[in-house]
Design a protein around this ligand. Structure first.
Ligand code: CO
Length: 134
C-alpha cells in the first residue's frame, strides 16, 4: 500500500516569514503561495529533490491547524504524506483494520489536485498521516 514520501508538512504562524527563512537562510526555491479554503490553509511547496516540504499557514477562522499552532506557537512538524496507488482501496483496508480516517471518510482533493485523506495520529504513533493518490 505504502508508496513514496510525497512531502513533510510544517505548520507555520507566518508564511511570509517562513518563506523568507527557507529562501534566504537555506537557499530554497519556493512555489507561489496557494490558498486552499476547503482545507483552511495557505500552502507553499519547496522541492528538495527526493521529496517536498509543505509550509502550512492557517486560512480562515476554523483552520484545522489553528489548534496545533496554539500548542506550538513557533510552528512545528504537522504531518507526513505518503503516496498510495489506490487511495479508495487504501481507505477501505485501513478502516477494516481499525484505523480512523479523519472527517467523514470521503476523499478530498488536496494541494496537488489529487485525492487525499488523513489518518488519526493516535493510531500511528502520534503522527498525522496524509495519504495521496499516486
Ligand atoms: Co500535506
Amino acid at each position: 500500500m505504502l508508496g513514496r514520501l510525497n512531502h513533510v508538512a510544517i505548520a507555520v504562524p507566518d508564511l511570509a516569514a517562513a518563506c523568507a527563512t527557507y529562501r534566504d537562510m537555506l537557499g530554497a526555491e519556493l512555489s507561489e503561495p496557494a490558498a486552499l479554503p476547503e482545507h483552511g490553509v495557505t500552502v507553499v511547496f519547496i522541492d528538495v529533490g527526493n521529496t517536498k516540504i509543505e509550509l502550512l499557514e492557517p486560512l480562515g477562522a476554523d483552520s484545522p491547524i489553528a489548534a496545533f499552532l496554539a500548542k506550538n506557537p513557533s510552528g512545528g512538524m504537522h504531518h507526513v504524506c505518503y503516496e498510495v496507488p489506490d487511495i479508495a482501496a487504501a481507505r477501505d483496508q485501513l478502516k477494516q483494520k481499525g484505523a480512523r480516517v479523519l472527517g467523514n471518510g470521503d476523499l478530498r482533493i488536496g494541494a496537488h489536485g489529487k485525492p487525499v485523506l488523513f489518518l488519526h495520529p493516535k493510531d500511528f504513533n502520534g503522527t498525522l498521516i496524509e495519504l495521496e493518490q499516486e
